[in-house]
Design a protein around this ligand. Structure first.
Ligand code: PHE
Length: 454
């Protein structure tokens, strides 16, 4: 039954593929706009604390469960605690992946479209350029469809030949381009105001929403809470050090997000844009920046090519969650099921694609209160699946790993080929069993209090 599974070709391949899942639009598109909406540096600081204190130990817990059981989230939970309701937590992760992939694919489609826009549009983009682009249904749906199809083709080919090969070559290239852009953006006049906004915290700007947003962003950006890292962990050999690997992945991910901010905020102040422009922020600021650079058309195209690939390594991992579940548990053929799942995701994402001015009903959807997120369907999906369900899933999985499977068992799995973990084991068990569940629970409950939904 497990014949269609594989193992990572090398340790580096695994770290790069997991980083490839983590690094994506979450770092480059979502992190800057959420930072902008939440007042800048103070948000960044809280986000970083959550990443290190909660994200890192929790990622190790998901890896441990995956490697110990060699199964997808549902199978892994069933193996540890057979015939129990806990398996629904695994199913929740699968539903959440589909929800996230549906809106994420839409943004990935914009990114892909901007490769061609950067190449062929000349002059400074008009102020309504982006909104005109995203309210054109042919582009919206066409680009989104292309992105989902490319994702499906790669997942169809299986773990090693697909995910690993791409990540190895292209992630490092993205970082190099980032460094060039950081230097360029910070040499622009008035860019230092951006650095101030981004790096000098003003805690008077911190409200409850800031804390919820920082928590959601920390888990979203690290691809946690859906059991995805359980699936990835199931492909790691016993000789891989889980602690060191997780540390690398978390650091890479945080660095890429921080770098993206070092481009966007200086550029934004230099170009006189508003930091709180929401989801369209990077699509407004960056093309303007490129239009001023020498050979800007090519720099812009290169940037959006690499960003599309970063997004692709994330969408691949998102699609891998439902697919590997169905392959393992329902014994279906990978080759067939990939296409069914991809088609289903595509349909779920259509309202998001049409919610940026094309269809009024989806543009002004607003089921969730405006104190939490904007009214358009895409933002609502992003909050509900990308912040709320994802963090809720992380809470449940953390309780499962810490209390049902047992933090001691998980710790023992991490100790295999992980000698350097022994000094941190006690702290890690405390974080997983007590601190993480309490903090996440308090924050989730407060969402209801703050908004008066209860
Ligand atoms: N972490 C990815 C990003 O930052 C998004 C993602 C979330 C991918 C959850 C998989 C699972 O772009």
């Amino acid at each position: 039954m497990k014949s269609e599974r594989g193992l990572w070709g090398s340790k580096l391949g695994f770290i790069l593929a997991a980083s490839g899942s983590a690094i994506g639009l979450g770092n480059v598109w979502r992190f800057p706009y959420i930072t902008g909406e939440n007042g800048g540096a103070a948000f960044v600081l809280i986000y970083l604390v959550f990443v290190l204190l909660l994200g890192l130990p929790y990622m190790m817990a998901e890896f441990a469960l995956g490697r110990a059981t060699q199964l997808n989230p549902v199978g892994a939970i069933e193996k540890v605690k057979p015939g129990n309701k806990w398996k629904y937590v695994g199913l929740l992760g699968i539903i959440t992946s589909i929800g996230i992939l549906s809106f994420y694919g839409v943004i990935a489609g914009w990114t892909f479209g901007y490769i061609f826009k950067s190449l062929f549009d000349t002059g400074t983009p008009a102020s309504n350029d982006f909104s005109a682009f995203i309210s054109n249904p042919q582009y919206e749906i066409g680009l989104y469809a292309i992105f989902i199809i490319v994702t499906a083709v790669i997942v169809y080919k299986g773990v090693e030949s697909g995910i690993e090969k791409w990540s190895k070559i292209l992630m490092p290239l993205l970082l190099v381009l980032f460094i060039i852009l950081i230097v360029y953006a910070n040499l622009l006049p008035n860019s230092s105001q951006g650095i101030e906004f981004y790096l000098y915290p003003d805690f008077s700007k911190v409200g409850f929403k800031t804390i919820i947003a920082a928590l959601g962003q920390a888990f979203f950006s690290l691809s946690l809470g859906l059991g995805l890292m359980i699936t990835f962990g199931s492909y790691i050999p016993k000789s891989t050090n889980i602690f060191t690997s997780a540390l690398y992945i978390v650091l890479f991910d945080a660095i890429v997000a921080l770098f993206a901010g070092l481009i966007i905020f200086p550029a934004l102040f230099a170009l006189g844009e508003n930091p709180a422009s929401g989801p369209s922020l990077v699509f407004i600021v960056l093309p303007k920046l490129f239009s001023q650079m020498p050979a800007g058309n090519f720099v812009g195209a290169a940037f959006f090519i690499l960003l599309s690939i970063a997004a692709l390594t994330s969408t691949i991992s998102l699609l891998e969650v439902p697919v590997s579940y169905l392959v393992d548990e329902k014994n279906v053929s990978r080759k067939k099921i990939v296409w069914y799942v991809a088609f289903f995701v595509f349909i779920v994402g259509l309202p998001s694609a049409l919610s940026q001015g094309t269809v009024k009903f989806f543009t002004n959807f607003g089921w969730l209160p405006s104190s939490l997120t904007s009214a358009d369907f895409l933002s609502q999906m992003s909050f509900f699946f990308g912040d709320f369900l994802l963090t809720f899933g992380a809470l449940l999985l953390c309780i499962f790993i810490g209390w049902i499977w047992g933090a001691k068992n998980a710790g023992a799995e991490i100790m295999i080929s992980g000698d350097n973990f022994s000094k941190f084991k006690g702290t890690w068990i405390f974080l997983i069993k007590y601190l993480l569940p309490v903090i996440v629970l308090v924050i989730l409950v407060s969402i209801f209090k703050v908004t008066g939904i209860s």
